[in-house]
Design a protein around this ligand. Structure first.
Ligand code: SF4
Length: 331
C-alpha cells in the first residue's frame, strides 16, 4: 500500500473542498470495498477523506410521502428500518441478499452506490483491464466471461455492476442528491451509473469532488408487492449471476403499475421500461409474464460463456413477476 494522508472531516463543505483541491483524494466511510481495492493497489489515493462522522445517517419521511435516506446510513440500518420494511420491502430484501451481516453493518448507502465491479480481471493486476488502466485492453473479452454483461457493454469493458441494493433503488425510481464544488444537484437513479463506452474507468456520472448526501425514495404504492430474486453460484455471500427486482400493482386482476429492473446483466442496474410498458393493462397471468420476460431480454448480446444468463434471467423475471402478482414476499 502506498503512503497516503488521512483526515476526518466535520462538514460536507470541508469534504467537498478537500476533494476539489486534490483530484487524487478519495472519500471513505465504511471502506468495505475501497480498503480491499487499496490493498491490491487498484486505488492509490493521495489522501483519504473520512466522511463517516458527517450527519448523513438519518432516515426521514419526506413531505411527499416518500423517504429520504442519508448517504451514511448503514445497509443494516436501512434494511431493518420499520418504514422500509413496511413500505419498501423490495429494498430490505435486496439488501439482505447482499454481502454478509458483518459487511452490511459497516457498509453505507453511498458506498454501495460507489462500489466497483467484481470482475476478476479487474482485481488481478496480472491481466489487462481498461477499467484499472485505460488503454491496456480488456482481458475478459477473450477470457472467461460467464459472469459478465448481456446489455450495454462495449469492446472496452464487459463488466457488470455488483450491487443488489442498487437494482431495487433503480426499480423504485430513487433520486440521488450530491454536493460538489459547483453546488448541489440531483440525479435520477437510472442516470447515476453509466455504461462503459470508451471510458470504462468511470462508473458513475459524478463530477470530480462530488459527494453523495442522500438517496430519496418517492412514495410508491406498488412497492409493497416488491420482490427481489437473486440467483448465484452459492446460497450466500456471493454476487449475482442475475437478479430481478419486480413490483406490480393490480386492479381486478389487471396490471395497473409495473416496475422491473435486473442486476448482474450490465455495467449499471438495468431497468426494463419496455417490459414495464408491456405489462400495464395486461392480465396478471403466466402468459403475460412469459411475454414480459421475452421483452425484457430483447437486445441481449450474450458473450461466449454467458449465454445461459439469457434463459436464466427470463425465468427469474417470470418468477419474480408471478410472486409480486400474489402480493410479494420471499421468492
Ligand atoms: Fe477490466 Fe471491464 Fe474488462 Fe473486467 S470487463 S477486465 S473490469 S475492462
Amino acid at each position: 500500500m502506498n503512503n497516503f494522508s488521512y483526515v476526518r472531516v466535520a462538514s460536507v463543505e470541508d469534504a467537498v473542498q478537500r476533494a476539489a483541491t486534490d483530484q487524487a483524494a478519495m472519500f471513505i466511510a465504511g471502506g468495505t470495498n475501497l480498503v480491499d481495492r487499496m490493498k491490491v493497489f487498484l486505488d492509490q489515493p493521495s489522501q483519504l477523506i473520512d466522511i463517516s462522522r458527517l450527519e448523513l445517517s438519518r432516515i426521514e419521511p419526506t413531505r411527499e410521502g416518500g423517504l429520504q435516506i442519508g448517504a451514511l446510513v448503514t445497509n443494516t440500518a436501512l434494511a431493518d428500518h420499520p418504514t422500509v420494511r413496511r413500505d419498501y420491502p423490495i429494498l430490505t430484501r435486496a439488501i439482505l441478499a447482499g454481502a454478509s451481516q458483518q459487511i452490511r453493518n459497516m457498509a453505507t448507502v453511498g458506498g454501495n452506490l460507489m462500489q466497483r465491479t467484481r470482475c476478476p480481471y479487474y482485481y488481478d493486476t496480472v491481466f489487462a483491464c481498461n477499467k484499472r488502466q485505460p488503454g491496456t485492453d480488456c482481458a475478459a473479452v477473450a477470457g472467461i466471461n460467464r459472469m459478465h454483461a448481456l446489455f450495454g457493454a462495449s469492446n472496452h469493458c464487459i463488466a457488470v455492476h455488483p450491487s443488489d441494493m442498487c437494482v431495487a433503488l433503480a426499480a423504485l425510481d430513487a433520486v440521488v442528491a450530491v454536493e460538489g464544488p459547483q453546488g448541489k444537484r440531483q440525479l435520477p437513479f437510472v442516470e447515476f451509473h453509466r455504461l462503459p463506452g470508451e471510458t470504462p474507468q468511470h462508473d458513475t456520472n459524478l463530477e470530480p469532488g462530488e459527494l453523495i448526501t442522500t438517496v430519496t425514495l418517492p412514495p410508491a404504492s406498488f412497492a409493497k408487492s416488491g420482490v427481489y430474486l437473486k440467483l448465484r453460484d452459492r446460497a450466500s455471500y456471493s454476487f449475482a449471476l442475475v437478479s430481478v427486482a419486480a413490483a406490480l400493482a393490480l386492479s381486478d386482476g389487471q396490471i395497473r403499475e409495473a416496475r422491473l429492473a435486473m442486476g448482474g446483466v450490465a455495467h449499471k442496474p438495468w431497468r426494463s421500461t419496455g417490459a414495464e410498458q408491456f405489462l400495464i393493462g395486461k392480465s396478471a397471468e403466466e402468459a403475460t409474464f412469459r411475454q414480459a420476460a421475452e421483452v425484457a431480454l430483447e437486445g441481449a448480446q450474450p458473450l461466449p460463456h454467458n449465454g445461459y444468463k439469457v434463459e436464466l434471467t427470463k425465468r427469474a423475471v417470470r418468477r419474480a413477476l408471478t410472486v409480486s402478482a400474489k402480493g410479494g414476499g420471499i421468492v
